[in-house]
Design a protein. Structure first.
Length: 343
């Protein structure tokens, strides 16, 4: 078994040692070095060539985000950010991090160890298979596509993503105009971060974006993002009007919210009036739901391997026959408009 070489960058001695001890117990992990600031980290990267780096955002001498911006062009490697509840984590994702975890606000050692084993360790293993070259952001021309509504029925667009998805979703929806039908989206994310992510998209895109609440209507030019935590988001059709319901439920495919839950509800509520889009992510969440959408008459799109950070969810969906069109990330918005205009 090939060991995953990990570099830990953390300024807190206590937390750094806890990371070393807890992660080091896993037989697939080799802690090759630790660093308390970006300068030590850079030297360790050159010397040990780690497979994955964990990175605290708040560091002495240079913050983690600035470090990422300087590091990635020279030494591209998968980075998992450890962050308190702050929108700075999305700056880190934009700068090239693969994924992030929310540092728990607890001092109890057992709870911290549980967080490291059940959240951080999983992210590290996923990150070790990430295509880091696909994190290099390219400026995409925002084409002035338009949606010609036939008036026959209301349409809806459903999006699902996981690892690498925060930036992938942004790259798609920033190309949408206010004429796009209502969008519902599930992105695997810790609680508290989805509201900040929605605000960030709302500030940077032409469409309006918010974290979903039960009863929210799905309106043209608007996107609702499933709240992170212990609730799944469902699309419902109430007297011909699309709304969402956010209800507590067990994890599905290891996730809450789950993309499968959303897509299956879209298949039932919207049928052939929907477009489903599955983006980068590890595992198979969303694949069966996308297949249900396609069987219900919806048009479906999957991100291709070339542009995925992790070609997991789209691959499983493609192999199941759920993906009608496989597209590079920059072309997904174009394909979405083309499909909508033929519905």
């Amino acid at each position: 078994m090939r060991l995953i070489k990990v570099l830990i960058v953390e300024d807190s001695i206590v937390f750094r040692e806890l990371l070393v001890q807890t992660l080091g117990r896993d037989p697939s992990i080799q802690i090759v070095a630790t660093a308390k600031d970006p300068f030590e980290a850079r030297d360790a990267i050159v010397k040990y060539k780690p497979d994955v780096m964990t990175l605290d955002v708040e560091l002495p001498r240079m913050n983690g985000i600035e470090f990422l911006r300087k590091l990635m062009p020279q030494y591209p490697l998968p980075v998992v950010v450890i962050s308190s509840l702050s929108d700075k984590v999305f700056d880190a994702m934009s700068a090239g991090a693969v994924d992030f975890v929310a540092k728990p606000a607890v001092s109890n050692r057992m709870q911290l160890e549980d967080f490291i084993k059940n959240e951080l360790l999983v992210k590290i293993k996923i990150a070790s298979s990430a295509q880091v070259s696909n994190l290099r952001r390219k400026t995409m021309i925002q084409k002035q596509q338009t949606f010609t509504h036939t008036g026959k029925k209301e349409h809806v667009v459903a999006i699902g993503a996981s690892t690498g998805g925060t930036e992938a979703i942004f790259d798609v929806v920033k190309q949408f105009g206010t004429d796009i039908p209502g969008i519902v989206a599930t992105q695997h994310m810790p609680p508290g971060f989805t509201a900040m992510y929605a605000k960030r998209l709302n500030d940077q895109c032409r469409i309006a974006v918010k974290e979903a609440q039960t009863g929210d209507r799905v309106l043209p030019g608007h996107m609702l993002i499933a709240p992170g935590g212990d609730m799944h988001m469902h699309l419902v059709n109430v007297n011909g009007v699309y709304q969402v319901e956010c209800k507590k439920g067990p994890r599905v495919n290891g996730h809450c919210p789950s993309v499968d839950v959303l897509f299956e509800s879209v298949a039932k509520a919207a049928g052939s009036a929907a477009v489903g889009i599955i983006l980068t992510g590890m595992g198979g969440d969303g694949a069966k739901g996308l297949l249900a959408m396609r069987k219900a008459g919806a048009r479906t799109i999957g991100q291709d391997e070339l542009t995925c950070v992790v070609y997991g969810m789209p691959k499983v969906a493609y192999d199941l026959g759920a993906v009608e069109f496989q597209e590079k990330l920059p072309d997904i918005a174009d394909r979405t408009y083309a499909l909508l205009n033929r519905m």
